[in-house]
Structures are given as structure tokens and as C-alpha cells.
Design a protein around this ligand. Structure first.
Ligand code: MG
Length: 340
């Protein structure tokens, strides 16, 4: 489904792919989608991918333009990823999805050049990966229960809520599963409604709540956290490391996504800043192929929760990389990101 390769310069090529979804996917603030677009890049043998989100003001078109802009400005020494990304940072401004694709390709390139997988490049223990959750998109309670039955292979569920029937949905799911459930409201609740709903959800064995309220309402998040017994994880409220200090007293943890933060270097920065503030950490994803998912999976020995199921929700994955063993992420041992 990819478009023809387009040549941005001597050394960046990119390709847009329509990822077809197994099921129409719906969350609280957006209509149902049948497919999502990603854009992959290649820089001197290293490959990366990004899944730009309109919610953050980016599309595959904005990423393409950003790649054309940065290609002639890339420094010659691509091994010095910090230097290259400093140039990318000043040149590309708010194009975080584009930055993420470039950063990912540079890491893949360096790992391949040195002959080591990313986890080894970073000194991480690949045995320490968590289990990923598997997402159940928003739908009628009976449809979500049916999807849950089909998710038998996955030991943890992430359930999208944010509708008047939220509690009814969780009741329907609890009729068919006793697995741990993470709930993601995708900004849909008011602080007061969140406190009320979370009190009920806790009775159904829900383990954590992601982004209950509006992204910019930090006081609302703080109110929810102070009046809830479940951990509150920020997603839409936290994009980059610089967002974390202001959030530290408002939530219990953060969801890091490469598409939001601009790549693996910034994700590492976020992990360190979050730990300094005593926060829990989840690594999440968009609808992505195994290329983007595997790159993010290399970070997971450092985090508490993984929600890396974007590649499991599509029918035309172009790559093979991270695999699952009863839900636990198994990192490929090949150099770089390690996808084929
Ligand atoms: Mg989320």
C-alpha cells in the first residue's frame, strides 16, 4: 500500500504506508477509523517510522515536508546522534513526529554499524521487559466484550472509555474476563465525573486510569488524583521531558510515546526526569507497524508498563521485530532496532 519512494535528498528517503486496521478503532475524542497512515524513513541504512497524529497537529504530509527541510541540514557525522538531533531540534521546531522518525533511523543505523541491538547499546537487560497491554477500542458493551473474548492471547487489557455507558462496559467485560484492566478515558471526563467513575471502576479490578480529564487542566488532574485510589497516568497532558515537573504533583505516572516526544533520545530524558520526580512510567504507541513498536519496546526494561500493541491491531504489518511470549515483550537480538 506504500506510495513510491520519494527522494528527499542524498540520504533521506521516505515512504507513506496505509496501515489497515483489523477492527474499526474508536476512542473517546475521535470518530472510527478504518486505516491509519505512517511514514517510514531511511537514513544511511538506518530505518525509522512515525505515526503522526492530527491531535498533535501533524500528518504524513507535514512529516514529508519536515524531512525535505532537514535533509540538506543534517551534519556529516551521523554517529553523534545527540549532535544530529540538536540540529534537528532547532531546524524542525514542532515537528515531533518527523523528529521521532529521524531519531529512530539514526539509532537503528548506529546499532547496525556497531553490530548491537538498541537495548545493548543502552546497557539494558532484555529480560526485564514487561508484558504489553492489548487495547479494546470504544464500542457498545457487547461488542467490547466480544473483542475481549478474541483477546485471549493477551494477559493485560487496556480499555478505552469516555462514554455515558462506561460502567456498563466494564461490567460487560468483567462478565468475560478477570484479567488486569487499564482504563484510558482519552480526556473525556470532567474532574468530578472522573472521581465518581474511578470509585466505581476500582470495584471492578481496574488497575490504573489514563488521562481522565482535559490535557491542559492540571488542577483537574490533581483533583482527580487526590480523590482517587487508582494510579492516574498522564498521556495527552505530557509530551516531553519539560512537561514533567509541572505534572509531578498532579499524576502518579506518565505515558511516553515516541511520536509525541520526538524520539528515543527524548524518551530517555523523560524516563530520567520522571524517575527523579518519583513517577510511574508507561511506554505507549499509536497505530504503528512493528518497526515503530519494536523501537519503543527497546526502552521497556526501564519502565513499569508497556502499551505497545499498535502492530497487533493491523493486518498489513511490513516488518517482523518484537514478539510476545504470553504477553511479555521479547526483543529481537539483531543489530539496531532489529526488524526484518
Ligand atoms: Mg492514552
Amino acid at each position: 500500500m506504500g506510495n513510491p519512494l520519494s527522494e528527499n535528498s542524498m540520504n533521506i528517503t521516505s515512504q507513506i504506508t496505509n496501515l489497515q486496521l483489523k477492527y474499526p478503532f474508536k476512542i473517546a475524542r475521535r470518530a472510527t477509523d478504518a486505516h491509519r497512515q505512517v511514514i517510514s524513513v531511511e537514513i544511511d541504512g538506518g530505518i525509522g517510522e512515525t505515526a503522526p497524529a492530527r491531535f498533535y497537529g501533524e500528518t504524513v504530509e507535514t512529516v514529508s515536508i519536515a524531512l525535505e527541510t532537514i535533509a540538506p541540514a543534517l551534519p556529516n557525522n551521523l554517529d553523534a546522534i545527540h549532535d544530529v538531533m540538536a540540529t534537528v531540534e532547532t531546524t524542525l521546531g514542532g515537528n515531533y513526529a518527523a523528529k521521532s522518525a529521524i531519531d529512530m533511523a539514526l539509532h537503528d543505523r548506529l546499532g547496525k554499524k556497531l553490530g548491537v541491538p538498541l537495548y545493548q547499546l543502552w546497557g539494558l537487560n532484555p529480560q526485564e521487559t514487561p508484558c504489553t497491554s492489548f487495547t479494546i477500542g470504544l464500542d457498545d458493551p457487547e461488542v467490547m466484550a466480544e473483542k475481549t473474548r478474541h483477546a485471549a492471547a493477551y494477559p493485560i487489557l487496556k480499555v478505552k472509555l469516555g462514554m455515558p455507558r462506561d460502567i456498563e462496559i466494564i461490567k460487560a467485560l468483567r462478565d468475560v474476563t478477570d484479567k488486569p484492566i487499564y482504563v484510558d478515558a482519552n480526556t473525556a471526563w470532567t474532574p468530578k465525573a472522573a472521581v465518581r467513575k474511578i470509585r466505581e471502576l476500582a470495584q471492578y479490578g481496574v488497575e490504573l486510569i489514563e488521562q481522565p480529564t482535559k490535557p491542559d487542566d492540571l488542577a483537574g488532574l490533581k483533583f482527580v488524583r487526590e480523590n482517587s485510589e487508582l494510579p492516574i497516568i498522564a498521556d495527552e497532558s505530557v509530551k516531553r521531558a519539560s512537561d514533567i515537573p509541572a505534572l509531578a504533583e498532579c499524576v502518579d505516572g506518565i505515558n511516553i510515546k515516541l511520536v509525541k516526544c520526538g524520539g528515543l533520545l527524548e524518551a530517555h530524558r523523560m524516563i530520567h526526569v520522571a524517575r527523579t520526580h518519583g513517577l510511574l512510567i508507561m511506554v505507549g504507541c499509536m497505530i504503528e507497524s512493528s518497526l515503530g513498536i519494536t523501537a519503543a519496546a527497546h526502552l521497556t526494561p526501564l519502565v513499569d508498563y508497556a502499551d505497545l500493541d499498535g502492530n497487533l491491531l493491523i493486518t498489513n504489518d511490513l516488518y517482523t521485530g518484537v514478539t510476545l511470549d504470553n504477553g511479555k515483550l521479547i526483543l529481537p537480538k539483531r543489530p539496531g532496532i532489529g526488524v526484518t
